[in-house]
Design a protein around this ligand. Structure first.
Ligand SMILES: Nc1ncnc2c1ncn2[C@@H]1O[C@H](COP(=O)(O)OP(=O)(O)OP(=O)(O)O)[C@@H](O)[C@H]1O
Ligand SMILES: [Mg+2]
Length: 380
C-alpha cells in the first residue's frame, strides 16, 4: 500500500507512515479519526502525535461536515427549486419541484419514465429561475447507455430553449465500472461542474454496475454498500457546494418481505438512507404514477402523469387499462403505450396542463402486482 497520502502530513515520514498502515490507518481520513493514544502506542512522541492529528483533522474538516447554525441558515436561504415541467409532480414535491441541496432517488420498473424525466430536467434546469429553472447546465452520469442528445434537443423545443444552446451546457460521462463512478463522484464532479456551470447532477442508474459486479453474493455486500455510500456522500457535498440538485435513478428487485408490491428498490437500503427523498414510479394502465415514498418534510402523496415523445405531461385522465398481474412490463404493454402516447401527444397539444389526480385515487388504481426484473434476495 502506498505511503504517499500519509506522508503528505508534516511529521509523517516513510517509517511512521508504514507503522500507521500496519496499525490499520491507511490514509489521511483514517488518521484524522484515530486517537492520540493509538499514535503514542506506536512510539510516536505525544507532541508530534498531536501536531500530526491536528493537521489531518484540519485537512478533513470539510469531510466531517461541521457547519455552524448560522451557516446552515445561510444555506437554507439560498435554496432554489427546479421545475419538473409538470404541475402535478411539482405539487407532490412541495409545490415548485426539486429542491436544491438535496439528493433524490427515483426507482421503478423499466419503461416507467425515469430516464425520460431526467432528460426533461436537463431542459428545465437550463431555464432561468423566473421560469422555474436553475439557469444551469447538467452533468449526466450514464451507466445504462440511454443518454440521448436527440431527446434533449426535442424536449428543449417543448420548453422554448434553443437546442444548440442546451447541448453546450450538458456533459455526459459513461463510467465503465463502479470504481470509476466513485472516482468521478469524489474527484471530478466539482471541477467538471464549473466548466458547464452545472447544478443538476444525474446518475442513471446508480445500480447498474453494482449489480453486475457484485451480484448477490453476501460477502461482497459490505464493500458494495460502502462504495455506493461514498458516491452518494460525494454527491451530497457537491449539491451543497453548488446549490444544485442530484437525482439518482434506481432499478427494482424482487420484494421478498411479503409486504406491499412484489418488487422494491434494488441496492438494499443504502441509496434510500443516504438520499433525502425517495420517489417510486410505476405504470398504472397507460399512465405513470409517481409517489413520494420517503422524505423528511413531504407527505407521501402520489400523482399521475402521461408520457409522450415530448416527455412527461400533466393529465386529467384516469388510467385507461389495468395491466394484468405480472404483465406490466410486457411487450404487449409497451406496444399499447406507444399507441396511447400518439393520441396523448395530439390531445396534449390542445389541452392545457391540468391538475393532479387525487392521491387516494391514484393509490387505489395503482395497487397492481408487477413482475420484478430480477431477484436479488441476499442484498438486504
Ligand atoms: N414517443 C413516445 N410516446 C409515448 N411513450 C413513449 C415515447 N417514447 C418513449 N415512451 C415511453 O417511455 C418509456 C421509456 O421510458 P424510459 O426510458 O424513461 O424508462 P425508464 O424508467 O428509464 O426505464 P429503464 O429502467 O429501462 O431505464 C417507454 O417504455 C414508453 O412507454
Ligand atoms: Mg432508463
Amino acid at each position: 500500500m502506498s505511503t504517499e497520502d500519509l506522508q503528505s502530513i508534516e511529521g509523517v515520514g516513510e517509517k511512521i507512515a508504514e507503522q500507521l498502515i500496519s496499525a490499520g490507518i491507511p490514509n489521511v481520513i483514517a488518521l484524522a479519526s484515530a486517537t492520540m493514544q493509538k499514535l503514542v502506542n506506536l512510539g510516536i512522541p505525544k507532541a508530534r502525535a498531536l501536531k500530526i492529528l491536528d493537521e489531518a483533522r484540519e485537512r478533513c474538516s470539510g469531510i466531517f461536515g461541521f457547519v455552524t447554525g448560522d451557516e446552515l441558515v445561510q444555506l437554507f436561504n439560498k435554496r432554489q427549486f427546479l421545475t419538473t415541467g409538470t404541475k402535478a409532480l411539482n405539487d407532490i414535491l412541495g409545490g415548485k419541484g426539486f429542491e436544491t441541496q438535496k439528493v433524490y432517488e427515483i426507482y421503478g420498473p423499466e419503461g416507467t419514465g425515469k430516464s425520460t424525466l431526467l432528460h426533461q430536467l436537463i431542459c428545465t434546469a437550463f431555464l432561468p429561475p423566473d421560469q422555474g429553472g436553475l439557469g444551469s447546465g447538467t452533468i449526466f452520469i450514464d451507466t445504462e447507455g440511454t443518454f440521448s442528445i436527440k431527446r434533449i434537443r426535442e424536449f428543449a423545443v417543448r420548453f422554448g430553449i434553443d437546442p444548440d444552446e442546451i447541448t453546450k451546457n450538458v456533459v455526459r460521462s459513461q463510467p465503465p465500472t463502479s470504481d470509476t463512478m466513485l472516482f468521478i463522484a469524489e474527484q471530478q464532479l466539482e471541477k467538471m461542474a464549473d466548466k458547464v456551470n452545472a447544478r443538476l447532477f444525474c446518475v442513471d442508474s446508480i445500480a447498474t454496475h453494482f449489480r453486475s459486479e457484485y451480484g448477490s453474493e453476501r460477502q461482497m455486500l459490505p464493500e458494495r454498500q460502502q462504495k455506493a455510500n461514498r458516491i452518494i456522500h460525494a454527491l451530497k457535498r457537491v449539491v451543497v457546494a453548488k446549490n444544485g440538485v442530484a437525482i439518482l435513478t434506481n432499478q427494482v428487485t424482487a420484494n421478498v418481505t411479503g409486504m406491499g408490491l412484489p418488487w422494491m428498490h434494488s441496492m438494499g437500503n443504502v441509496v434510500g438512507h443516504e438520499s433525502q427523498v425517495r420517489i417510486r414510479v410505476r405504470k398504472t394502465g397507460d399512465l405513470r404514477e409517481f409517489k413520494i415514498e420517503k422524505a423528511l418534510d413531504l407527505p407521501p402523496k402520489t400523482c399521475l402523469l402521461t408520457i409522450t415523445d415530448q416527455g412527461l405531461f400533466d393529465t386529467d385522465k384516469k388510467p385507461k387499462t389495468k395491466a394484468k398481474p405480472g404483465t406490466e412490463d410486457s411487450d404487449d404493454t409497451k406496444a399499447k403505450d406507444k399507441k396511447t402516447s400518439k393520441k396523448t401527444e395530439k390531445s396534449s397539444k390542445k389541452t392545457a396542463p391540468s391538475k393532479a389526480a387525487e392521491p387516494e385515487e391514484a393509490e387505489e388504481e395503482a395497487e397492481e402486482p408487477e413482475e420484478p426484473e430480477e431477484t436479488e434476495e441476499a442484498e438486504e
